[in-house]
Design a protein around this ligand. Structure first.
Ligand SMILES: Cc1cc2nc3c(=O)[nH]c(=O)nc-3n(C[C@H](O)[C@H](O)[C@H](O)COP(=O)(O)OP(=O)(O)OC[C@H]3O[C@@H](n4cnc5c(N)ncnc54)[C@H](O)[C@@H]3O)c2cc1C
Length: 488
């Protein structure tokens, strides 16, 4: 069977990878306090697939009879897209929280490449062959596959020239074994994943010149490759008490600055090389599938906002106030707005150029923008409904102190709500809205599937504008030929 167990996943991370955090070289990543919680979450996801109650939602059987993760089967029908949604919801239900970069949200980028197989074949048939091999391999070996797009850019005038031949990741050598690459990428979860699809960052590759060719490469990189260094940012949950920070201590996904110090990429892992056309293509279609899984997480985040707000106003007896109901309604509008986009994106799904079934692109990308653009306002509304206790409640160690407890019992008991339960709700809401982790999460959501301007470009490029243009042309009786309007 192709499915990996949690134990096998943990063992697979002991592959000699070089991981650094807080000035320390990590010796045992699976037991390190900064990584253990999220590795345990991913291990739990692996184990879930073996449980009878989850088998139908989390696995599928290939034509040859092999059982693989549902997350890794490319969608061919609308039912497949519904199954992907079910997969994400089932995992998040079991975990009791939201994790983004756990494999299913990044594999879709490979399916976008699958859609370009004719183009890849024109450039070099081995690239299309490699791409299919890797899509198949992720499923059959149940690999944790992540995504590396963004270079630390700094001075834009030095991207393609200067010291070391340019800031952006590029090929420094070709030999009989493969290509040798140098550069750096930001990548969430890299330190505890198996492999990444590394590709060029957002740039106008279409307008590129020959000097950009060494930078126009895409490949699969093993996260334990010699020469690869994972330089991780500090965990926002590791030194916290789980009772006070119930989300950060469990679901903190560590981001990595990944250094490629002359890393050899074997030819079978090269998906394209010296191809500006491929770079431009992958940038314009990257989130064709993965934005669906991403936006599903935003939907779940909206559910947590509603739940936190509702329980808080219910415990304090404020639900009957019309002004409070209106604010809850705003949260519901937000939640259902995301839900409507996702549901319609499946109902109106489109056949992709490669023959897969892709969520309706216009509805998906507008849904992603809707979810992201409105999240800060919705979080603020939830903050308002929860009230100032979100920010001033003492932590659990103080609340249970024998001298303090009588005061806590007096001031934190409300109806059937014990001080313990009120505390739990307030700590949860704090970690959802106010903690360092909550702030980081908002920034992650803003950027992790490209910055807002690029997301708006995806909306612009995937909306069929012709009906609106024609509507006004006809209604206003405009005679100028359509082609003239478009080219002006
Ligand atoms: C928490 C976190 C996790 C991340 N995880 C990953 C990951 O797993 N994999 C990965 O590849 N990347 C990851 N990233 C990186 C992310 O994709 C980038 O931050 C994002 O693409 C923006 O790139 P940048 O940070 O270099 O900003 P820049 O490109 O410097 O842009 C900064 C801002 O300048 C403006 N700007 C820049 N260029 C333009 C333009 N052409 N038109 C209009 N405005 C412009 C915009 O306001 C933009 O937001 C992560 C980022 C964060 C914050």
């Amino acid at each position: 069977m192709a499915l990996m167990t949690g134990k096998q996943y943990r063992e697979s991370l002991h592959d000699g990878r070089e991981v650094y955090i807080d000035g320390e070289k990590v010796k045992n990543i699976t037991e390190h306090p900064s990584f253990k919680p999220i590795i345990d979450v991913k291990a739990r996801m692996y184990d879930m697939a073996f449980e009878e109650k989850y088998r139908a939602a989390l696995t599928t059987t290939l034509a040859e009879g092999e059982v693989v993760s549902r997350a890794y089967k490319a969608p061919e029908t609308k039912e497949d897209l519904t199954a992907i949604r079910k997969h994400v919801e089932t995992v998040l239900d079991d975990l009791g929280g939201v994790v983004y970069r756990v494999g299913d949200e990044t594999i879709g980028e490979m399916w976008s490449l699958f859609d370009a197989q004719d183009k890849l074949n024109e450039i070099d048939p081995t690239y299309a062959k490699n791409m299919k091999y890797h899509i198949d391999r992720v499923a059959r070996e149940d690999l944790f596959h992540v995504s590396a797009n963004t270079d630390p850019k700094g001075d834009r005038s030095k991207l393609f020239s200067g010291r070391d031949g340019g800031t952006l990741l590029h090929v420094v050598e070709e030999n009989d074994k493969g290509i040798v690459v140098k550069g750096a990428k930001f990548e969430t979860a890299a330190a505890y994943a198996h492999q990444a699809f590394v590709k060029p960052t957002i740039l106008d590759w279409n307008a590129g010149s020959e000097k950009m060719a060494p930078f126009a490469c895409g490949f699969i990189c093993d996260m334990g490759s010699p020469g690869l260094k994972h330089i991780c940012r500090t965990s926002l949950g590791a030194d916290r008490n789980p009772n006070d920070y119930p989300i950060a201590t469990k679901f903190e996904e560590i981001d990595t600055l990944l250094i490629f110090d002359n890393v050899l990429i074997p030819w079978e892992n090269v998906l394209f090389h010296r191809s500006l056309e491929s770079a431009a293509y992958i940038r314009s279609t990257l989130h064709r599938y993965s934005a669906f899984n991403y936006t599903l997480r935003m939907l779940r985040r909206a559910d947590y906002l509603i739940g936190a707000a509702l329980l808080n106003v219910e415990q304090t007896g404020l639900t009957h106030l019309q002004a409070v109901k209106e604010k809850i309604s705003q949260l519901i509008n937000y939640r259902e707005g995301i839900n409507a986009h996702l549901t319609a994106a499946v109902a109106e799904a489109e056949r992709s150029p490669g023959g897969l079934m892709m969520p309706n692109q216009s509805l998906l990308y507008t849904g992603r923008v809707f979810a992201l653009a409105n999240f800060p306002a919705m979080a603020h509304l939830t903050r308002e409904l929860v009230g100032g206790q979100l920010a001033v409640t003492p932590d659990t160690a103080t609340m249970v102190d024998s001298e303090i407890k009588p005061y806590v019992d007096q001031y934190y008991s409300v109806g059937d709500w014990t001080p313990e339960d009120r505390g739990k709700l307030l700590y949860f809401a704090r970690d959802l809205l106010n903690s360092s982790y909550a702030g980081h999460r908002t920034t992650f959501e803003l950027f992790a599937q490209s910055p807002p301007f690029a997301q708006q470009m995806a909306v612009y490029n995937n909306f069929d504008m012709e009906p609106q243009r024609e509507l006004v042309r006809r209604a206003a009786g405009i005679n100028i030929p359509e082609s003239t309007i478009r080219s002006s």
